[in-house]
Ligand binder design. Structure first.
Ligand code: FAD
Length: 317
């Protein structure tokens, strides 16, 4: 069986669900080992959460350097593991952190990388959706370990229980990975909403909100959704740039994406076109975003969203 490594991501003390998604892809190609890179004393609790997704083993590496030297230390340790084991593949979530780790490990191990895959087949062929969703690309790494980053929510995780063997290893981080030190960090205030790239449902607002995201947020909260925004909205200062969806924002692929007052420019579509179901609310019936909608409402979002929010709340109660 091929050796497939997966990098677990976690927030605080909770393993991200991307781990099960990556494991599902990895298990098609071979035996999955999840790498948990944690602060001293934190690794076992994280490893114990990996109980689904066809995982054969978990390798825990604990070091203070991961917090202190961040991505450089993580990439350094993973590169050492890759050079030692020569796995067939290393699968990583397509987060900013994940893509930087992938790039660094690729250089250090002279391996090819593919980013932003939406699927990985048993022969490690990756599927990417490019040019604003207009083109599907299938590609394979031809040199070294196949390093592939996979977009969160692209793959339905196999939630069959697994009881992986947990082992520990330690690596000395090289001096070159210690050139920049993290002095302090503060987790961003999330509020009660899920993280944008991991959310099952995303409700986004654009220029059509005219700066009032109240109805968008209320509808998102009724569904337990994350809030996204077009660049027109973030550039206007109506919503934080960290919530921008699109080519120069975040890539999302939720089960349900609701676009409110967004025209559907190719740069916006590039970040959400792989959503499983797309619902559009726009007062212009000719808005290009209707071309990719599964369900569309031609109407004023300030009239439609409050009714939709009321409808969801009524059904819940
Ligand atoms: P508009 O295009 O102005 O559309 C507003 C829509 O709201 C219209 O369709 C209108 O009919 C509708 N509307 C107005 N009022 C209402 C109402 N009351 N109720 C319902 N509907 C209403 N954009 C991104 O989003 N993400 C990116 O990452 C991104 N990256 C870019 C990178 C580059 C290099 C460039 C050049 C552009 C990028 N853009 C990006 C910008 C992109 O081209 C568009 O300008 C932007 O997406 C438009 O945002 P919008 O749809 O909110 O605004």
């Amino acid at each position: 069986m091929s050796d497939i490594l997966i990098l677990a991501e976690f927030t605080g003390e909770k393993i991200a669900k991307t781990t099960a998604e990556l494991a599902t892809c990895g298990a098609r190609a071979g035996e999955v080992t999840v790498l948990v890179l944690a602060a001293p004393g934190k690794g076992n609790a994280l490893a114990a959460q990996i109980t689904t997704g066809l995982v054969t083993s978990v390798l825990v590496i604990e070091s203070e350097d991961f917090a202190r030297y961040s991505v450089a230390a993580a990439a350094d340790a993973i590169a050492q593991i890759v050079l030692e084991r020569r796995p067939a593949a290393l699968l990583i979530a397509s987060s900013a952190f994940g893509k930087e780790v992938a790039g660094r490990v690729g250089v250090a191990t002279e391996s090819g990388i593919i980013t932003d895959a939406v699927d990985v087949a048993a022969d490690l062929t990756a599927t990417q959706v490019v040019f604003g969703g207009s083109t599907t690309v299938h590609s394979r790494v031809s040199h070294g370990t196949a390093i592939i980053t996979v977009r969160p929510n692209s793959v339905t995780p196999d939630l069959a229980p697994s009881t992986p063997v947990i082992s520990h290893a330690s690596y000395v981080i090289s001096d070159s990975a210690k050139l920049a030190e993290v002095i302090s960090s503060e987790p961003s205030v999330q509020g009660g909403r899920p993280e944008l790239t991991e959310a099952q449902i995303v409700v986004s607002g654009g220029r059509g909100t005219n700066g009032d995201f109240g109805p968008v947020e209320a509808f998102a909260d009724s569904l337990g959704a994350a809030v996204g925004a077009s660049r027109a909205a973030t550039d206007a200062g109506w919503y934080l740039h960290s919530h921008q969806v699109g080519q120069t924002g975040k890539m999302v692929s939720p089960q349900l994406y609701v676009a409110c007052g967004i025209s559907g420019a190719i740069q916006h579509r590039a970040g959400m076109q792989t959503s499983k179901t797309i619902v559009v609310i726009n007062k212009d019936p000719d808005a290009p975003i209707f071309e990719i909608a599964d369900f569309g409402v031609v109407g004023d979002l300030f009239a439609v969203l409050p009714q939709a929010t009321e409808g969801v709340r009524a059904r819940k109660s």
